[in-house]
Design a protein around this ligand. Structure first.
Ligand code: ADP
Ligand code: MG
Length: 323
């Protein structure tokens, strides 16, 4: 082993600048497709980073560019400070990728598959950790079974083991929860967290907000090939500190009463008024007191709590549809 203090670790696990991907048209889709639209992304070393976006946003395209499965049209990519164009082999050695599509030869056993992968990356026999990896992913007892007998969840975990055979400092998982049931999902997350604790930087894509919120310390939101937000999960979630009170009044209003101006009022109909407040700063009692002070007749009242879904919708709605 190289002594740690003789190697300076990069601040960024992955650095992406001005990335563009245009897929050429084909028979079924004759028009060229702009899948990645000038993306800049800095993924710090040591964390779990989530790339969140709806289907078709460009997540797999971005991941597959990192994995060198898709050729970028423009831009610069560095993995572990190694430029993808200047040194593709070393860039590949720094990253392990679990693709969205699981193509596993049905007649290989997990043990064969990992040995083959280790061979491809030039990992010497003495340094191979085949059984250790399989056991870590609860596949120890399946080491000699044909892959075709494995369930979807087992296959996903096998692909994680395969991505880790060369011990890369960066692990990328593209929609890792697809086809994995709840219990195994927890196991997979536990393993991902463990790897992360041991120093592996994790990048995962998902279209599940909950997953990103639970697992990631930083989240980038991608839509139509553009990154529209990138912040620590806590910052993103703190935007959730907003509640809405909807009141129905007994007479038509033409505008919100001035006394309620501090609650970001929105007239949602002649008799419907929406008010907003931050629960961390304002007690709901204060909002109610202010409403009462206006002497409006309150016919009905309800509250609405926002969640990450709302932020996501708000952010993605602002973006025009690309062709
Ligand atoms: P995501 O993984 O976020 O669902 P993808 O990266 O798979 O998104 O796709 C982004 C866009 O690029 C989509 O509009 C998709 O149809 C298109 N696309 C993906 N792969 C190809 C391809 N090989 N040829 C043409 N278009 C593609
Ligand atoms: Mg995808």
């Amino acid at each position: 082993m190289t002594p740690k203090n003789s190697v300076s670790l990069p601040d960024l696990a992955v650095s992406i600048k001005g990335l563009v991907k245009i897929y050429a048209g084909n028979k079924s889709q004759p028009a060229p497709k702009l899948a990645i639209d000038h993306v800049d992304l800095a993924i710090p070393r040591g964390g779990i980073f989530g790339l969140l976006g709806p289907n078709g946003a460009g997540k797999s395209t971005l991941i597959n560019i990192l994995a060198q499965l898709v050729r970028k049209t423009e831009g610069h990519v560095k993995i572990w400070d190694i430029d993808l164009d200047a040194d593709p082999r070393h860039a590949a050695a720094a990253i392990g990728v679990v693709p969205q599509e699981l193509n596993i030869d049905p007649f290989f056993t997990p043990r064969d598959l990992l040995d083959l992968q280790a061979g491809m990356y030039g990992v010497p026999k003495a340094e191979r950790r085949t059984m250790e990896l399989l056991e870590a992913l609860s596949l120890g007892d399946k080491a000699g079974s044909y892959a075709r007998t494995l369930s979807g969840g087992m296959r996903r975990r096998l692909m994680v083991a395969k991505a880790m055979v060369h011990n890369p400092p960066v692990l990328v998982l593209d929609e890792p929860t697809a086809g994995v049931d709840v219990e195994l999902r927890q196991q997979l997350w536990a393993y991902v967290r463990e790897l992360n604790k041991s120093g592996v930087t994790v990048l995962l894509t998902t279209h599940y907000l909950e997953e990103a919120e639970e697992l990631c310390d930083q989240i980038a939101i991608i839509n139509h090939g553009k990154v529209i937000a990138c912040e620590p999960t806590s910052t993103l979630v703190s935007r959730l500190d907003r509640k809405e009170i909807v009141i129905t009044v007994g007479a038509d209003l033409t505008e919100a009463p001035a006394a309620l101006a501090g609650f970001d009022p929105v007239l949602a109909g002649p008799r419907r008024l929406k008010l907003h407040y931050r629960p961390s700063e304002t007690k709901v009692g204060a909002v109610l007191d202010a409403i009462r002070a206006t002497h409006l007749e309150i016919v009905d009242l309800s509250t609405v709590e926002s969640d990450l879904e709302d932020i996501f919708l708000e952010l993605t709605r602002r973006q025009p549809q690309s062709a």
